[in-house]
Structures are given as structure tokens and as C-alpha cells.
Design a protein around this ligand. Structure first.
Ligand code: HEC
Length: 121
């Protein structure tokens, strides 16, 4: 019985540890939320896309990063609100990359740092 308990405790701690390490990175997501924030948000790549100033390479990277962001679990706050915000960001960025009319304005609105941080950071 003791051995079973030990194994269970062992398994549980492994699960907890890996859960913490992967907290802000979804299963088939390529980038962690932290990486995306540093590069795409604070680094200004998303802003460049919104202004139509990003190179093709940067456009691809931004779309890839926002795809990952949508797959990542929210750091905190409700899953629903996170899905809504990240999906809006991704759709607006894709639209801006494709040159859709009004997508740049949508992207500027969707990349609102404070409204997302207040709820999810
Ligand atoms: C869709 C939601 C969302 C938007 C929009 C957003 N952020 Fe974040 N940001 C987050 C979350 C969630 C975290 C917490 C990540 C963590 O701790 O793993 C975060 C963390 C950060 C961090 C800290 C990263 C680190 O080193 O851990 C920076 C810097 C940051 N955001 C910058 C920005 C800037 C600048 C903008 C606006 C241009 C922005 N973010 C827009 C969700 C968002």
C-alpha cells in the first residue's frame, strides 16, 4: 500500500511540475505567451503589421505567433474571454497581412495591451 502511495505522489508531482513549466504554452503551440509578448507585442512586430510596415517574413512570424497565442492557455482569467481576444487578434492580423480593408484598425483595437493585461496577465 505504501509503495502505491509513493508512486501516486511521484506521478502527481511530475504532473504538477510539468504543468507549471508549460503553464503558458499550449500543446501544439510553438511560442510561449512570454515569448510572444516580448517579440511581437513589446518588440513592436504586431504594431508594424498594423501600420503595414512589416516585411513578409515578419508578417508570417506575427501570424504564427498569434496562432500560438490562441492555443496557449490564459495566464489567468476566463477561458472564454481569452479565446475571444486571441481569436480577434489573429483574425485582424491575418486580415492586415492579406491587405483587407479596415483590418489595420481592427488590429490596433485588438492589440490593446491594457484591456488584455487587466484580465489575463
Ligand atoms: C490577448 C491578450 C494580450 C494582449 C493584447 C497583450 N498582452 Fe502582454 N501579456 C498577456 C499575458 C497573458 C501576459 C502574461 C504572460 C506570462 O506571464 O506568461 C502578458 C505579459 C506581457 C509582458 C511580460 C512578458 C514577460 O516577460 O513575462 C509584456 C512585456 C507584455 N505583455 C507586453 C505587451 C504589450 C506592449 C502589449 C500591447 C502592444 C501587450 N502585451 C498586449 C496578454 C496580452
Amino acid at each position: 500500500m505504501n509503495r502505491v502511495m509513493l508512486v501516486l505522489i511521484g506521478l502527481l508531482s511530475v504532473a504538477l511540475l510539468s504543468g507549471v513549466a508549460m503553464a503558458d504554452k499550449g500543446k501544439d503551440s510553438k511560442f510561449s505567451t512570454e515569448e510572444i509578448m516580448k517579440k511581437a507585442m513589446k518588440g513592436g512586430l504586431v504594431a508594424k503589421v498594423a501600420k503595414g510596415e512589416a516585411s513578409e517574413e515578419d508578417q508570417k512570424l506575427v501570424v504564427e505567433m498569434l496562432e500560438s497565442l490562441a492555443k496557449n492557455p490564459p495566464h489567468k482569467g476566463s477561458e472564454e474571454s481569452w479565446k475571444e481576444k486571441t481569436a480577434a487578434l489573429l483574425a485582424a492580423a491575418q486580415g492586415a497581412v492579406e491587405g483587407k480593408k479596415g483590418a489595420d484598425a481592427k488590429l490596433k483595437k485588438a492589440m490593446n495591451c491594457k484591456s488584455c493585461h487587466d484580465e489575463h496577465k
